[in-house]
Design a protein around this ligand. Structure first.
Ligand SMILES: [Mg+2]
Length: 124
C-alpha cells in the first residue's frame, strides 16, 4: 500500500466515523477545496514583503504552522475528492505531471518567469 493510499484511508475513516459522507457531494467537496485554498491565501493577505522572509528564516513559526494546517486542509479535500470518485490520486498526479512536463518544456521555460505554453498546448 502506497503512502498516499494509506493517507486516503485515514481521510476516509475520519469522514466515516463522523457519518459525514451523506453530506459529501462532489460540488461541496470541490467548493471546500477552493475555500481551503482561499484560507491559505488569507494568511498572506495585507502582509508586507518581509512576511515570507520571516517564515523562511524561522522567525515566524506561528504563520508557518498556519500554512501547514491550511495546506493539510487542501490535501484532505483532494483526498476526499479522489475517494468520492474512486480514482487513484497518485496515478492522477503522475499523469498530470507528465502532461505539465510536455506543456512546459524545460527547453522553452527554464529560468523564465512567465510560463510559455508549447504551440500544441496553448488552450489547456
Ligand atoms: Mg482551513
Amino acid at each position: 500500500m502506497s503512502d498516499l493510499v494509506e493517507l486516503q484511508k485515514i481521510a476516509r475513516e475520519f469522514i466515516d466515523k463522523r457519518d459525514w459522507r451523506q453530506f459529501h457531494t462532489l460540488k461541496d467537496l470541490a467548493m471546500n477545496c477552493s475555500i481551503e485554498s482561499n484560507e491559505l491565501m488569507e494568511i498572506f493577505l495585507w502582509r508586507d514583503k518581509n512576511f515570507e522572509d520571516h517564515i523562511l528564516t524561522g522567525e515566524d513559526m506561528k504563520s508557518l504552522t498556519m500554512i501547514k494546517h491550511e495546506v493539510s486542509d487542501i490535501f484532505f479535500s483532494c483526498l476526499a475528492i479522489a475517494d468520492h470518485l474512486h480514482f487513484d490520486l497518485e496515478d492522477a498526479f503522475r499523469e498530470k505531471m507528465k502532461e505539465l512536463d510536455v506543456r512546459y518544456s524545460p527547453d522553452e521555460v527554464k529560468g523564465k518567469l512567465s510560463k510559455i505554453p508549447s504551440p500544441d498546448n496553448k488552450n489547456k
